[in-house]
Design a binder for this molecule. Structure first.
Ligand code: ATP
Length: 287
């Protein structure tokens, strides 16, 4: 018995950090939305209780450190499952890019194993389990568009953004999320207006969405990797209506309504950035 599940990447339209909590996590407030750049998780039932993992990428671990493995192990232990699974990841989302590739693989594994092992769990139950693996996993269980608070695991579904094209450009460097948070100086933050971004989703106001883009982690990553700043400038010069770094970076995304402009930005960036993608937004949440 086999199951195949799509694991889409996400971008942050707005990302604010409010304060550091006593448990050492940062309290965040973010608007996240899924895009149609996705990994594929293929799950094959095993009659022994072994979890096996492999992938098409040489950049992710094929063992316990893989978040998809952790998702399977968590379900196995929590629900005393005697069956196993072979997990094969077709990796299309750039790794350590600010696109939540690992979190989305974990979320897709939770959803797939819920079926394969016949667990009958709801999306809310899967999202709560996901939060034990990583802060972005809960959002990835539902996908769509959401306001995420707490350490990122408290999800409020909101309407999807107005229709547009997104160009993603990933500089050659990978970024450690933990390192970026470590370097963040809370006292220097200029906070984005996350509520305005939520309003832009409700009213489907394209202009407002572009003008309210904001990410407090951007300056930290820009100071570490000047290449990210160059890509931002380039996207602006090529005519994107809004440009922002996603998550802890280093992926930068640009927004445009027009296919012709999307092509111009895409072609202009390909010259000096070898990972460039054009994607659409995926719309409403599941579950
Ligand atoms: P986020 O936006 O949630 O911070 P990210 O896009 O910056 O995530 P990921 O691609 O999820 O980063 O990878 C971060 C690290 O997690 C990598 O260094 C990688 O070794 C590890 N990892 C574990 N499992 C996976 C997986 N299935 N896919 C990608 N990375 C994984």
């Amino acid at each position: 018995m086999k199951i195949s599940v799509k694991a889409p990447a996400k971008i942050n339209l707005s990302l604010d950090v409010l304060h550091k909590r006593e448990d050492n996590y940062h309290e965040v407030k973010m608007v996240m939305t899924t895009v149609d750049l996705a990994d594929r998780i293929n799950l094959t039932l095993r009659n022994d209780n072994v979890i096996k993992i492999d992938s098409t990428s040489g950049f992710i671990p094929n063992d316990r450190r893989n978040l998809a493995y952790q998702a399977a192990e968590l379900l196995q232990e929590r629900f005393h499952i005697k069956k196993g699974v072979s997990i094969h990841i077709e990796k299309n989302i750039p790794v350590a890019a600010g696109l939540a590739g690992g979190s989305s693989d974990a979320a897709a594994t939770l959803k797939g194993l819920n079926q394969l092992w016949g667990l009958g769990l709801s999306f809310d139950e899967l999202a709560a389990l996901g939060a034990e693996i990583g802060s972005d996993v809960s959002f990835c269980v539902y996908g769509g568009t959401a306001l995420a608070t707490g350490r990122g695991e408290i999800i409020k579904h909101i309407p999807s953004p107005p229709s547009c094209w997104i160009i993603l450009a990933k500089p050659s460097t990978g970024v450690s999320t933990a390192e970026v948070y470590r370097r963040l100086k809370l006292e220097d933050i200029v906070h984005p207006n996350v509520e305005k971004m939520v309003e832009a989703m409700h009213t489907k106001d394209y202009k407002l969405m572009c003008s309210e883009l904001g990410n407090v982690l951007e300056n930290v990553t820009l100071s570490l990797y000047p290449e990210v700043e160059q890509i931002k400038r380039q996207m602006e010069q090529l005519g994107a209506d809004g440009v922002l770094m996603s998550g802890s970076g280093p992926t930068v995304f640009g927004i445009t309504k027009y296919e012709t402009r999307m092509r111009r930005i895409y072609n202009g960036l390909r010259g000096f950035c070898n990972q460039v993608y054009t994607v659409r937004l995926l719309g409403e949440s599941e579950g």
